[in-house]
Design a protein around this ligand. Structure first.
Ligand SMILES: C[S@@+](CC[C@H](N)C(=O)[O-])C[C@H]1O[C@@H](n2cnc3c(N)ncnc32)[C@H](O)[C@@H]1O
Length: 445
């Protein structure tokens, strides 16, 4: 398939080699050069985290103008979102084959085509010449002829998308691999394409105000004083708009909010009233849900297999003023039930494909492979089996995954637990796609 040039055919390269590929970025390079450098690195090593790479390259190139920074961000995320659509247009126009081009040429063609086809504000001739300039800035002046020839054809013919109903055509229109379209059809039936397109939307900036620091009111007032507008969002979130980065504000540094999707808070809500109760968060990661629980008054025991993530969790808890209600412990839940006693509330926010978060992490569509699903489901079943003994009689276990894949949302229910509620959150509602289940252990007879 045409898009499979992305990631699959190039294989993975070491981080040293990634550094090699991006070393040409220099102070003074523009938004398009920065975007190209980031996208080449993500293609070479899809496990690389796009946002961190983007921040690093913007700093290395000393791109300080907010408009240039915004354009670089738009190009990186736009190309990652629309990759298959862009390649569908580009492939027939590249005589030697899009997949045979060197990565930097393929990437700059995508960046050029994205500007021409999907951004109204950049006239095509400017898009072509600025993309050629970017090639020169990253030491790829040799490909300016290719860029000129192909991009002028893109501008002349525009985009002609396929109109069929099969997964291949839907996959081009929604810019997703066929196997992900198949999972969307399994999950949403006739609504699959609408949900796929919603996953390709840009997510709003939603934040969770810290209740212990004055909640939404104090958070909104702080952000307003720094030039940002807020509006109430679902599940207690605030939607933030305004020029600039709300996470570079004093209000953020003072712990008044964290970035969080409303769907993630819907999972926290599913636990019920946790104030004053002990909660075991067994896959706590960097602690977005653990700190939400502590902010609601719970005493949280946070476990994760990653010590580094738990260190970030502790720093976040301190920033939000809830450190005294969170203890952490490194534990591998796949091995055995952790020896921490029993709890009235247990949360398993399981490692999963992350397919439900494509609005914020578009590279996941190209990084994940169909075989990941089976291995993650096997791991998830082990985690559920080892979490169950921690649920006290009458207690609640909430299971969640940020994925719409049906196999991930239907863990085997351990004996003694009974399902009493379920969530199936859809992207068309403006949320990350989460599935969650609330299970309860019957009281002792
Ligand atoms: C979906 S993330 C958790 C996100 C987190 N709950 C939050 O809201 O910020 C899943 C977490 O499971 C952890 N994990 C993966 N395998 C694990 C295992 N075998 N035992 C414990 N944690 C594991 C990962 O390190 C990751 O932090």
């Amino acid at each position: 398939m045409k898009f499979s040039v992305y990631v699959r055919r190039n294989g993975r390269v070491s981080s040293a080699a990634v550094g090699e590929r991006v070393k040409n970025i220099r102070s003074g390079a523009g938004a398009r050069a920065v975007a190209a450098s980031v996208l080449v690195a993500v293609e070479a090593d899809p496990a690389g985290r796009g946002p961190e790479l983007l921040a690093r390259e913007l700093t290395a190139a000393r791109v300080n103008d907010p408009r240039e920074r915004a354009l670089a961000t738009e190009l990186v995320y736009g190309v990652l979102r629309q990759l298959r659509r862009l390649d569908y247009t580009l492939a027939p126009l590249v005589r030697q084959g899009l997949e045979r081009l060197e990565p930097v040429a393929r990437t700059l063609l995508r960046i050029g085509a994205y500007q021409i086809l999907m951004l109204d504000r950049i006239p095509a001739p400017i898009a072509v010449s600025a993309t050629q300039d970017a090639a020169r800035q990253i030491g790829a002046g040799r490909i300016t002829g290719l860029l000129n020839g192909v991009l002028r054809k893109v501008a002349a013919q525009r985009e002609r998308l396929p109109s069929g109903a099969g997964p291949g055509d839907v996959g081009v229109r929604a810019s997703m691999p066929d196997w992900i379209v198949g999972e969307l059809v399994r999950a949403y039936g006739d609504a699959a394409e609408a949900e796929a397109l919603a996953l390709r939307d840009r997510a709003a900036t939603t934040v969770r105000p810290t209740l212990g620091k004055g909640g939404a009111e104090a958070c909104a007032a702080g952000l307003a004083a720094e030039g940002f507008a807020t509006a109430p969002g679902p599940h207690g979130t605030l939607i933030v708009t305004g020029p600039g980065d709300p996470f570079a504000t004093k209000t953020f540094a003072a712990g008044h909010f964290v970035p969080q999707d409303p769907a993630s808070l819907a999972v926290v809500d599913l636990l019920g009233d946790v104030a004053g109760r002990r909660v075991a968060d067994l896959c706590a990661g960097r602690g977005l849900k653990a700190t939400a629980l502590a902010d609601r008054g719970a005493e949280v025991v946070a476990l994760d297999v990653s010590a580094a993530k738990l260190e970030e969790l502790r720093a976040l808890a301190a920033q939000l003023g809830v450190a005294d209600r969170v203890t952490t412990r490194v534990a591998d839940l796949a091995e055995a039930p952790p020896d921490i006693g029993t709890f009235d509330f247990v949360l398993v926010d399981a490692p999963c494909t992350g397919l439900g978060t494509l609005r914020r992490h578009p590279e996941i569509a190209w990084r994940r492979r169909p075989e990941d699903l089976a291995s993650l489901v096997a791991l998830q079943d082990r985690l559920m089996a080892n979490a169950a003994p921690l649920v006290a009689p009458g207690g609640v276990l909430v299971w969640a995954v940020c994925s719409f894949a049906r196999a991930e949302g239907a863990p085997a229910v351990p004996s003694g637990l009974v399902e009493e509620a379920a969530l199936d959150l859809r992207p068309s509602a403006g949320l990350d796609a989460f599935q969650a289940r609330r299970l309860r252990r019957g009281p002792p007879s």
